[in-house]
Write a protein that binds this ligand. Structure first.
Ligand code: SF4
Length: 367
């Protein structure tokens, strides 16, 4: 048995596009296409070698339940039958609160899913409506409650800050209401206003936070969650003790993962590659193995230097930190002495204050 592997299955379907979303995802897809896509994923899973122990599985999107909860359960069961899973394999499913009910969550849990990531985004319904989310906060709170009732013991909530018209008070209220649901993990991302989205075209009429306000909101999140027993273990991620996302920790530690589905990324056998961002293309190519990304991706094998740079960049995003090369240790020492983290002479570990300026720190270390 060789080293462990993580699997990512990308489901690029949504009920409706959110107004801020620039990710590749389709709405209004017919059930026939969903079935073909499901079969394509199964075929690609069957091409994958089975000599690796699977340590984490992540079904992300898009909105995975839009594929059909029964199909998600079958995918999980297929993986469990075909591969050897670590005894503590983490199996995460991303959901939009409006796309699953208690029965769906029970079915996912029984099939083997043991971690749920819920797109909550805000506890303010006016804000949710203004960014085109299809659910209210009470839908999200019900979804989290149903997840625990169904058996899940590890539930995460996504939050967006720096949203139009979001005040510090509303953000604090969102965090407090989310914490009342007893979630174990919170991911907080700032809104990226992407060209081509409906929100971008309305930008002239929006009250958008400036850089200073965005920083204050990030600080508010860090302080509020830390004072409620959440550790800040990655730039955007906060967890109660023992609830860090093992799937994401593997990415940040430059561990290998294999991505299946249209537009999924992989780091596999020393090479980073991604599949075509087209559901139809993925379905039509799926009768041959996409494990050898020859005709759709020309990215070279990563050199040792690429890997070294990446390990520093990704390491400095997490509280585990990064090993600093000897010629940069004075700089690391200075960064730590300014209160941005700790440096033990070898490893620099940023804290919340350091995460806020992590891009500048990375530039300093790699410059
Ligand atoms: S649910 Fe997620 S992937 Fe789908 S449109 Fe909204 S933000 Fe994009």
């Amino acid at each position: 048995m060789t080293s462990k592997l993580s699997l990512y299955l990308h489901i690029p379907f949504c009920v409706k596009k959110c107004d801020y979303c620039a990710f590749y995802s389709l709405s209004g897809v017919t059930d026939d296409v969903k079935q073909e896509y499901f079969e394509a994923l199964v075929r690609q899973l069957d091409f994958l070698e089975t000599d690796r122990e699977i340590q984490t599985i992540y079904l992300g999107g898009g909105t995975p339940p839009v594929l059909g909860v029964l199909r998600l359960c079958k995918l999980i069961e297929h993986i469990r039958t075909r591969f050897i899973l670590s005894p503590d394999c983490e199996i995460t499913v991303e959901v939009n609160p409006k796309t699953v009910d208690f029965n769906d969550l029970s079915a996912l849990y029984i099939s083997g899913a043991n971690r749920l990531s819920v797109g909550v985004q805000s506890a303010n319904d006016d804000i949710l409506r203004s960014i085109g989310r299809i659910h209210s906060f009470s839908d999200a709170a019900d979804c989290i409650r149903d997840a625990y009732r169904a058996g899940f013991k590890n539930v995460s909530a996504d939050v967006i800050f720096a949203l139009p018209s979001l005040t510090a008070e509303t953000l604090k209220q969102t965090l407090e209401l989310i914490m009342l649901t007893n979630v174990d993990h919170i991911s907080a991302y700032s809104l990226q206003l992407e060209e081509g989205t409906p929100l971008y075209s309305r930008r002239g009429s929006l009250v958008l936070p400036d850089e200073e306000c965005e920083e204050e909101q990030y600080e508010l999140i860090c302080d509020t969650l830390k004072s409620n027993r959440f550790s800040h273990y990655e730039v955007s991620s906060f967890a109660k003790p023992g609830f860090e996302s093992r799937h994401n920790l593997n990415y940040w530690a430059c561990g290998e993962y294999f991505g299946l589905g249209a537009g999924a990324h992989s780091f596999y056998k020393g090479k980073r590659f991604s599949t075509p961002q087209s559901v139809q293309d993925y379905i039509s190519r799926s009768r041959i193995s996409l494990l050898a990304p020859t005709d759709y991706d020309a990215s070279p094998f990563q050199t040792d230097y690429d890997l070294y740079e990446e390990s520093i960049m990704l390491g400095l995003r997490t509280s585990r930190g990064a090993v600093i090369p000897p010629e940069k240790r004075n700089a690391a020492s200075r960064i730590a002495s300014l209160g941005f983290g700790t440096f033990d002479g070898v490893t620099l570990r940023l804290n919340s204050k350091g995460f806020r300026v992590s891009n500048a720190v990375i530039a300093e270390i790699l410059g």
